[in-house]
Design a protein around this ligand. Structure first.
Ligand code: ARG
Length: 580
């Protein structure tokens, strides 16, 4: 058990002995550190139940527990706050427990299987800045879920189906009508056709523009898409090629971002289940006709806003995005035994998911106790607060953005590096981008500001990396000098206490992050504890300290904070370079 939890239990028992019974009690980190490290505020609440003054209750409790070895001191403040200053031995024991097994501070015993849908890039469209947050937040939540004890299954949910595909294929057909894919007798054989991601990025907007201007072209694209869905041999083979080329680029960028998936499925895979889904829905008698479309009513009596019906099949007979997402849920709950499905998607898709979730529940595709959770995220804007564009006004490709930040990092932050400059610069750039992306609460919009995000003295990923690299190099120097250390034996400065008090609070931060599906508190926490460590570092000369017990304790503390930061950065998907 976590030491604070154990202490809470112990106090609870003593309180029971003097007549105050509670299911559980909570000690909170004090917001008046001058009065104590932790606070117990329960007396105010007990006062109502027991008709005594909170001050009297608090005083009685303190009388009963004041000799605990866990406390350095304990006192009551009006109207009934109990302020606790923890003993050094308590803090040291906690620190050494954590040094031996850092996972104790993270495992919440969450015994669930959680399916996470994030990433969601679209094939044949450039991977742009709008997809960054889904990948970052999704991956970080996935990592967090695992650390708190849950089992996870992640899926990229590629946008690889639908009319855009028809348009791109049509554009290729128009340019290269003689390709074997388009021959009557094509039979699925390998075709020598060199298609690059650059081609795709250009093909899609050209095709959309043409189709928008010309009804006939639009109809042709629709027709191709329909045939593609029926697995027309030529279109299907070409489509596979398009997906492959697109995915290769996506995989490279995701690799740099430390983003990975258990399943690399796409909407096309869900589409395989569309017939089963429709059979089921018809069986449930909940599909309605509406102006040539097929819909499911999802309105509820308590709705304050308008809630349009979910459209399964549009009036032009195309299968909708909503139907695909229902098919995805169908597939997922049939293949896996899931407690929860999380979607990490742009918050502007809120209505879409509300409709899909309601339809899934109403039709009984998911059981009542399976939770469907929409974790929407806010928009990344340019430094001026307007939608993020390239210099010539186009959408900002993620790769360009990564390259730009990498260049800035290479130019500014790497005086001491001669080898592997580009790789290290990339790592630092990824840290800068990811930290800045995870720092605001998930749903908050933010402005992308390279200068700010790479500032070595700011609340940034680069600051954190730099600090960790320095801790690591201190530990290396200690090793070279044969300085032995393994556990903390003494605390000799106020800063050391502050670090450990902050460390004690970690489990709560982890719990809240998991409950809020957001990494912002972990980011803040990393900054806070790193700052405290740096204050300690500035104040003490660790390597030249003559008192060996002190020195070994300081090195152990450094190791603890380094290990812990590494573990937290791991959750965020950020790696620490050897040098910087
Ligand atoms: N491809 C979609 C987009 O770019 C995101 C997919 C989100 N996930 C889902 N299951 N609908 O908007």
């Amino acid at each position: 058990m976590h030491k604070i939890e154990a202490l809470e239990e112990k106090i609870k028992k003593e309180m029971k002995e003097i007549g105050y019974e509670l299911d559980n009690i909570t000690l909170n980190p004090s917001n008046r550190p001058d009065l104590g490290d932790y606070q117990y505020n329960g007396a105010m609440m007990l006062a109502k139940t027991y008709h005594e003054s909170p001050f009297d209750i608090a005083t009685k409790i303190v009388q009963k527990i004041k000799d605990f070895p866990e406390f350095k001191s304990i006192n009551v403040a009006h109207p009934g706050f109990i302020n606790i200053t923890l003993s050094d031995s308590f803090l040291i024991e906690f620190a050494n427990d954590s040094l031996k097994d850092i996972t104790k501070n993270y495992n919440l015993g969450i015994n669930k299987t959680i399916f996470l849908d994030y990433g969601g890039p679209n094939v044949a469209k450039v991977l742009h800045v709008g997809h960054l947050r889904s990948a970052n937040i999704g991956q970080a939540l996935n990592n967090l879920c695992k650390k708190v004890g849950a089992k996870t299954i992640s899926d990229i949910h590629l946008g690889d189906w639908g009319r855009p595909m028809g348009m791109v294929i049509l554009e290729i057909k128009t340019r290269y009508p003689d390709l074997a894919y388009f021959k009557e007798d094509y039979n699925g054989e390998e075709v020598d056709f060199n298609l690059t991601n650059e081609d795709l990025i250009e093909l899609y907007p050209t095709a959309t523009k043409k189709a928008k201007e010309n009804e006939e072209i639009m109809n042709e694209a629709r027709d191709i898409n329909l045939k593609l869905q029926q697995k027309h041999k030529g279109y299907y083979s070409l489509w596979k090629k398009i997906v492959e080329v697109s995915l290769k680029e996506v995989k490279e960028i995701y690799k740099d971002l430390n983003v990975d998936f258990d399943l690399w499925e796409g909407e096309s895979d869900n589409f395989e289940y569309i017939n089963d889904l429709f059979d089921y829905l018809y069986g449930q008698n909940i599909i309605k006709e509406s102006d040539g479309a097929k819909v499911i009513e999802v309105k509820e009596d308590t709705d304050k806003k308008e809630m349009p019906p979910l459209i399964l099949i549009k009036s032009n007979q195309a299968v909708s995005y909503e139907a695909t997402d229902l098919a995805a849920i169908w597939e997922r709950v049939h293949k896996f035994n899931l407690d929860e499905i999380w979607y990490i998607v742009d918050k502007r898709q809120d209505l879409h998911f509300t409709q899909v979730f309601r339809a899934a529940k109403k039709s009984g595709i998911v059981k009542d106790n399976t939770k469907l959770i929409f974790n929407g995220f806010g928009t990344i804007n340019g430094p001026d607060g307007k939608p993020f564009k390239t210099r010539d006004g186009g959408v900002m490709p993620l790769k360009t953005l990564l390259d730009n930040v990498t260049e800035v990092c290479e130019a500014r932050l790497m005086e001491n590096i001669t080898e592997n400059r580009r790789d290290i610069a990339r790592m630092i750039a990824v840290a800068a981008i990811k930290y800045a992306d995870l720092l605001p609460f998930r749903t908050t919009d933010y402005n992308f500001d390279i200068e700010k995000f790479t500032d070595l003295n700011g609340k940034t990923g680069t600051y954190l990396l730099y600090s960790c690299v320095r801790m690591n190099s201190l530990l290396k120097k200690a090793k070279e000098a044969n300085l032995d250390y393994d556990l903390i034996k003494v605390l000799s400065t106020e800063n050391e206490r502050k670090i450990l008090i902050t460390m004690l609070d970690l489990k709560r931060i982890i719990k809240r992050s998991f409950e809020n599906y957001s990494l912002n508190e972990i980011c803040e926490y990393l900054y806070k504890i790193t700052n405290l460590y740096n204050n300690f570092y500035a104040e003490n000369k660790v390597l030249t300290e003559e008192n060996k017990e002190k020195q070994a304790s300081w090195l152990s503390l450094t190791k603890l904070i380094f290990d812990n930061n590494k573990y937290l950065l791991d959750i965020l998907g950020i790696n620490i370079p050897e040098k910087m």
